[in-house]
Write a protein that binds this ligand. Sequence first.
Ligand code: FAD
Length: 449
Amino acid sequence: MNISYNKTIEVRYTADVFVAGGGPAGIAAAISCARQGKKVFLAESFSAFGGAAVTMLVPGFSVFTDGVNFLSSGIGKEVYDRLKEEAYPRYKRYCPRSIPVETLKVIYDDMVSDSKVKYLFHSNVIDSVVEKGSIEYVICSCKGSIFAVKADIYIDCTGDGDLAYYSNADYEFGDKNGLVMAATLCGIWSGIDWDNVKLPDGRCLDKAFSDKVFTNEDRHHPGMWRIAQQTQNSQGLNNSDGIGGSNVGHIYGIDSTNSESLTEGIVKGRHQLKEYRKYYKEYLSGFENCELICSASYLGIRESRRITCDYRLTVDDFKSRASFEDEIGRYCYGIDIHSATNDKEGYDKFISEYTSLRYAKGESYGIPYRSLAVKGIANLLTAGRCICTDRYMQSSIRVMPGCFITGQAAGIAAAILCEDKEYDVHKADIKKIQKRLVSSGAYLPNYKV
Ligand SMILES: Cc1cc2nc3c(=O)[nH]c(=O)nc-3n(C[C@H](O)[C@H](O)[C@H](O)COP(=O)(O)OP(=O)(O)OC[C@H]3O[C@@H](n4cnc5c(N)ncnc54)[C@H](O)[C@@H]3O)c2cc1C
């Protein structure tokens, strides 16, 4: 049964630029745009910025550099430097490879507030009003009301491409069978004797499988990140109070654009973490006294919609180390497609691609502006995990330092579009965007004045 539901709602905020979602892409977009003097409104459905690192407790940042050049420069570099500076002493040594999550939250709060972005937490984009191919309003729900926001340019940084989807943009989802990479419920652990941890090898897993520790036997084992070192007491190091962040276990067949699927997934994830607790405590040295402190509030989603834009970045661009006339940044993380199914074929394919499709020091691929300009909609850009790529490139660019790059570019592009009163993102002045990106600290080695 369906019902028709009409409601008159307030246009509560107006802005030059609206940003949906405050993960690494969203904060980079909002901050870089506001620093250009534009009025920016950001709606974030959670209670903090940071996206997956905060809501899903993803324990570590991937690479910021290609080993020679700082690719995620500009906003990414600011976050990197501030984390190194502001992390509590026990956490300092391991970040930003490992994430001190409370420090990160406050850094993001400060960076967004200092740039004068207007933002609202607990505020979910649920629809949009599109007229003649342009978004006129986005519709948000929050505690107590539903309201509209009006802007000239909109940027979708929801990870799932929600705003593009509500605006009827085309998108791709998963492999040829519509299956996406498995999800993971991450967690924070204490009581780890890091100095005596020995890397798990296949034999521990084989033994645990034969002892029936796991309901679903899964060979993927990304592991536990060392987040904080042990404390020092009068007798020396207290060897059993190290802190770790887990990225272990897979929950297969989850569709992050479907609440029923997410509900089922997080419940499975919590049960799975109980099994990993047993595995770590009883099978791996250094973890005998470990304890799971908390699991994430949100299931860790690696893949969902890839929004169709003016250019689809593909694995051929990865292999050729592509450069583009309209390049807005370069990135280098290797191909990392976790299997969508729990079988040997999927696992072997993951290992073979993960180990072969990687770059040497100093190598990178270009990211074209066109991969952010959403096809069929005049005033919508996208950034972060949901930009226009094939599955291979999504598995590379999705990591957080990559999302800072595309977010920053979308924010600067939106500011220039507003300055030029050109509200069609497909007609942007790319040279002007590149010039402004360079002056904002972006890494654009192919840009020539
Ligand atoms: C298990 C796991 C391990 C990973 N490991 C690593 C790693 O080691 N290193 C690394 O760099 N990356 C890693 N990643 C990838 C990385 O964390 C994400 O791909 C990245 O955070 C995506 O950034 P984003 O800004 O596009 O989206 P997100 O980080 O997902 O942020 C999107 C934000 O939008 C908000 N939002 C969503 N929908 C709406 C809506 N409708 N309205 C308003 N707000 C909305 C969300 O609350 C969220 O804050 C991992 C991911 C997972 C799941």
